[in-house]
Design a protein around this ligand. Sequence first.
Ligand code: ADP
Ligand code: MG
Length: 369
Amino acid sequence: MTIDELLLDRHIVVCTGSGGVGKTTSAAALALRAAELGRRAIVCTIDPARRLAQSMGLEQLGGEPKLVPVTAGRSRSKGELWAMMLDMKSTFDQMVLEMTTPERAEKIFTNPFYHHISSTLAGTQEYMAMEKLWELHEEGRWELIVIDTPPTRSALDFLDAPRRLTDFLEGRFLKLMMLPYMKAGRTGLKVINFGTRVALRAVTRITGSDLFADVADFFQQFEGMYETFKLRSKRVRELMTARRTAFLVVTAPTEPSLKEARYFAERLTDEKIPLGGIIVNRAHAVPGVAGLEDPAAIAARVGDGVLAEALRTYGAWRAVSLREERLLDGTLGAMEDTPVWRIPDLADDVHDLRSLHEIGELLAQVATS
Ligand SMILES: Nc1ncnc2c1ncn2[C@@H]1O[C@H](COP(=O)(O)OP(=O)(O)O)[C@@H](O)[C@H]1O
Ligand SMILES: [Mg+2]
């Protein structure tokens, strides 16, 4: 399958991968490409580099979708590129508002513990990215939705984090913490409870906030919302596994990154999430030249000078390219039906629509393996 076929066929494309490999760049380039192909596309970015955000008109708070003025003339198609930045907190607020009464929502919003959870708790960003995906899908304004994913260290966190957050809100986490105390039995519980109370009082004195009361109140407000919460997760899950969804795994052409991509791809298949393909970003593809198999030997023969220098430079880059090919064969070689696209390592950072367009062109040209 070519990247254009994928972009014309799917409704949702999710770019995943470990931190720094080029997820945000790929997501933006793919959405732009789709627009150039005539589709009404939106990209929801999470942590765009400032200059990239600026080039898409997202310099201020980008929580709302904005139409990106794609230079006229490049395509006379009726395609549109929309872009937005995920605003984690307002997405969480919106979700709470939909799940409960305004009074309860208000109580939750003023709870300091909620502030902590909605802005810093690990896993919240992943969860909210999927919530936003559902919202955009429900709005029905876009033919293609491209979702960028948070800069987690490991791509696998992306699949596990939402479950962790659900568990946490269900109070399983809290129960787990309480378990040792409960096991201690009645008398033990009293003793520990006393100690805990003292400790909490100390914490309250130091931090100036009644943490214990906040946490208790938060869970009380959330009581009764778990079922709705679970239902929503299930719905998002269905969207993730739908036929017109494709997950793309972005990777660097290095061994650890490729291995993780492979592992992640397998995990997606296990979870019945459609794998669209793998994007090897920042690849160094230096073609072989007949008669130039051993550039160093020829360089030695021509003596010192510009030609020898050029030959040696070519030889060094060709070696890098060959090593990457071997790595790719070794890690992804067995995944025969999975398309692999390569994006070359460009001389400059990708921070404007021109270079995004260039990446789209390159993705469309490269033959898949
Ligand atoms: N093919 C490429 N060539 C050159 N620079 C790139 C390429 N892909 C990404 N970059 C740069 O690498 C940095 C990280 O890319 P980004 O897409 O933000 O990664 P991620 O979202 O996976 O953390 C950015 O500065 C981006 O401009
Ligand atoms: Mg990113």
